[in-house]
Each structure stands twice: as C-alpha cells, then as structure tokens.
Design a protein around this ligand. Structure first.
Ligand SMILES: [Zn+2]
Length: 447
C-alpha cells in the first residue's frame, strides 16, 4: 500500500488522527445503543411533530402524537413505513417540496434531486444543521477507510443535482482533506488529473472507476503509479463484490472500500478496514431489515432506515429498496455496529426473476469480473415460447473465446442456479456508464 505523510499541527473536530479508533457508540452493548437511539429519536420527533405535516399526519394514524408516546425502541415498529412512491405523490400534490419539510422555506440551504427512473425524481431540502449532519455521516465513511486530513480527495464527477458528491465533499472538508473537484472533464482528462494532481483518495461509482481504469489502459497510463491509496465507491454494490473489488485494487494499486447511502436518508453505511461487509452507522440511524412482502423483521430482506439527525426533511422507517443480508458474526474491527454481509446486494426493483430463480445483477457481475480480460457485460431477458431465456453478453479480449464463454456460463450456472447463454462480443462495443450502470434489459414485457 502506498504511504503518505502527515504534517501540520492544526486540529479539526473530525481530523482522523484517530482513523482506526472506534466511535463511543460503536462500543456500546445493544441495549445501551438502543437507549441512545431512542433518546435521539425522541429529540428529533419533537420538532418534526410540531412543524412537519407529512409525519404529524402519518404518526397520528399510528396513535403517536408526541415523542413521549415512544417509550421503547420497539415502539418504532408501530409506526407505518414511508415509501418513495408516497413521497413522490406528496410532492406532486403539494409542489415543489410536498408536506415533508419541517421548517419554513427560509431555513433551508441546499436542494438536491434523486435521479428518478421515470420522470421527476424526489426533491430533497437540507437546513444548515441537517447538512452538517450529512457531512458528519460522510466523514464517518472516510475515516473508516483510513482517510485523514493529510489526504487529497478527488471526485471524478460532475456536480449536478445528486446529493452524493456534494455531501461527500462536505465530509472530506470536515475531515480536513484537500478536495479536488473532477467535474467538467472527460474520462481521459480525469485520468491525467489523477496522475498530475496526485490525489490520494478517489470517490466514484465502481462502474465509473473501472471505466477510468479502461481509459487509462488504452492511453498507456498505469494508475498504479498514481498517489491513490484509497478508493471509495458509492452508488452500486460493486466494491463489496470480491471480483470487482480485486479488479479495482489491481487497477489503482489502492485499498478499495464500499459505501452505501441514499438521497432520502444520507450516507448510512461504511466499510471498515476489516473489509467484511458494510457497517450500519448506528449512532446516526436506526436500521431494520424486513421481508419485502410482509414487512416482518428478517435476516435477509429490504433495508428500512430511520435517520436521527436530519430534522429538516426527515426519514422515518423509510423503505430504501436496498436488499441485503445481516452478517451473523461480529466484525474483526471491534465495532459493535451491525453490518450487511457483502454490502447491499442489489435494488429490489432490479431483481431479476427468470424461470422461478431470483438474482441481482451484482451476482452476474461478480462472476464476469472474476474471469480475466472481461470488459463490460449486458444481461438480456427473453421469453421464447413459455420459457425465460437469460443471455449474458460479455466483452472478451484475447483469444479462444469459446472456451472462456463456456467457463463463464458454467460459473454463472453454479452461482445463480440457472442456465445462462453467454456470448462473447468485441471489447469496447457495449455501453459505458458515466455514473451508475444499467446492464439488464428485460425484453419479455415487450413481446
Ligand atoms: Zn468492521
């Protein structure tokens, strides 16, 4: 791993001289942690129940009129879930922000949008206090990856309306890092910036990091010669997939960390140096994993999140749409925060069901990236007669593609429990993605 120097004697609040040490909350036993969470939740509910029409009405329907009505953390389960559709509906009925803002408009300092797969996404507002809390959560992600104020953090990303890059920058500033914005550049210019400006940390989706690696290779630039020592990857499951993690580590010569979050709730998950799943930030959030159909607690299912510090536009029992499995062992890092084994496995709305078998695109990705000289891939679903067919097209460099496609097909069958047709296509012929990838096309609904 590449080294970097530490210098200067100014101290900042989140300066990670203590990068490897745990937060006090991480060392609490579960009962003590729950007491802390309940106290925080009740403190948040006071202003929310006063000013927030959306949650005042919603919680009233569950018989909760004041924060004092919650006497135990288990009482949270009495409250109804919040869904994205519900919030979109609320914003459509009461444009532009719906009834979710807790405070009058002049209190807010930031507006962001979710991407929205069909039409307008959600608008989200933050007050100065909520935005500070967002930065605090992101700082936790950076510190968990060993980032300190001596680091220089590169964001190869255009600064559009998505919250992730802005809050990431705030987090980096809170740690005391130097921030290097990488917007307004094409991929080759970003590769050159990595070599010339010597960032030590990079934050971007795993898909885009692999794209940068590809562009660098085409230009004959070896990114292992850069100063990057840590890369952090939000937005997609990739950095927790062993094959993708290994590929990123090899391309950049850096330690690769997963990170999970969402506009609606903030930066909730981080990977520690033990690199065995994604930790919940349980100081700042309450987490539930539920059966997506019944809503009952489950070991594996949909992640439901309540944030504790974003009073301006809060999320209470928010159904994230992220699917994951609770890890059943304590983490070697010593944190008592629970975590998702293998991170977020996928988005529920991206789950593929073919011939009765369910899988996520991440399952295909880990297999494809586990084979050498594979580039982008695409998954197509067809219905032929009454039968679902799954075809995976993979960019293959080098020779003997027949033997290699057969090996990938065999590995996919073993992993997914489903026969998959694998077809080799020339390198560079499948779509590239500037942020998150969309690799699955379902042709069945069209036929
Ligand atoms: Zn850990």
């Amino acid at each position: 791993m590449k080294a970097h120097s530490t210098e200067g004697d100014e101290r900042l609040p989140d300066s990670a001289d203590s990068a490897a040490t745990l937060d006090p909350e991480e060392q609490l036993d579960p009962a003590a942690l729950e007491r802390t969470q309940l106290t925080r939740l009740r403190a948040k509910l006071d202003p929310v129940l006063k000013g927030n029409d959306f949650y005042r009405n919603k919680l009233a329907s569950a018989g909760v009129g004041t924060a004092a009505d919650l006497t135990r953390l288990d009482d949270l389960a009495r409250l109804p879930f919040t869904t994205k559709d519900e919030l979109l509906d609320d914003q459509a009925q009461t444009p532009p922000y719906g009834t979710l803002p807790t405070f009058p408009p002049e209190r807010y300092v930031q507006e962001h949008h979710t991407s929205g797969t069909s039409g307008q996404g959600l608008r989200w507002l933050d007050t100065a206090e909520s935005w500070d809390w967002m930065a605090k959560c992101w700082a936790r992600v950076l510190r968990a990856a060993g980032v300190t104020r001596a680091d220089r953090v590169f964001f190869p990303f255009s600064f559009g309306p998505f919250v992730g890059v802005w809050s990431g920058v705030e987090g980096a500033r809170r740690v005391g890092c130097l921030v290097l914005p990488g917007g307004g550049k094409d991929s080759l210019q970003r590769v050159k910036a990595i070599m010339a400006d010597r960032p030590t940390v990079m934050v971007c989706t795993p898909t885009y990091a692999l794209r940068l690696a590809e562009v660098a290779a085409e230009a004959g630039i070896d990114l292992r010669g850069s100063a990057l020592r840590v890369t952090i990857h939000p937005g997609e499951p990739g950095a927790s997939l062993p094959a993708t993690k290994a590929r990123l580590a090899e391309a950049f010569g850096a330690a690769v960390f997963d990170h999970a979050g969402a506009t609606e709730v903030g930066a909730w998950g981080f990977e520690c140096h033990a690199q065995d799943g994604v930790h919940f930030n349980e100081a700042e959030y309450i987490f539930e994993v539920v059966d997506p159909v019944t809503g009952a607690p489950a070991q594996e299912g949909e992640l439901v999140v309540t944030n504790l510090g974003r009073v301006g536009m809060p999320a209470i029992r928010y159904r994230t749409g992220d699917f994951g499995r609770l890890h059943d062992r304590p983490c070697a890092c010593g944190s008592r925060y629970r975590r998702l084994a293998g991170g977020v496995l996928g988005r529920l709305d991206q789950k593929v069901i073919a011939r009765g078998v369910e899988f996520y695109p991440s399952g295909v990705e880990n297999v494809v990236r586990g084979h050498r000289e594979t580039g982008e891939f695409a998954v197509d679903l067809y219905r032929r007669g009454s039968r679902d067919e799954v075809e995976v097209r993979v960019e293959l460099g080098g020779g003997d593609t027949d033997a290699r496609t057969a090996r990938i097909a065999r590995a996919l069958r073993e992993t997914l429990g489903l026969r998959v047709d694998v077809r080799a296509v020339p390198a560079g012929t499948l779509p590239r993605f500037p942020v998150k990838a969309r690799r699955v096309t379902d042709h069945r609904a069209l036929g």
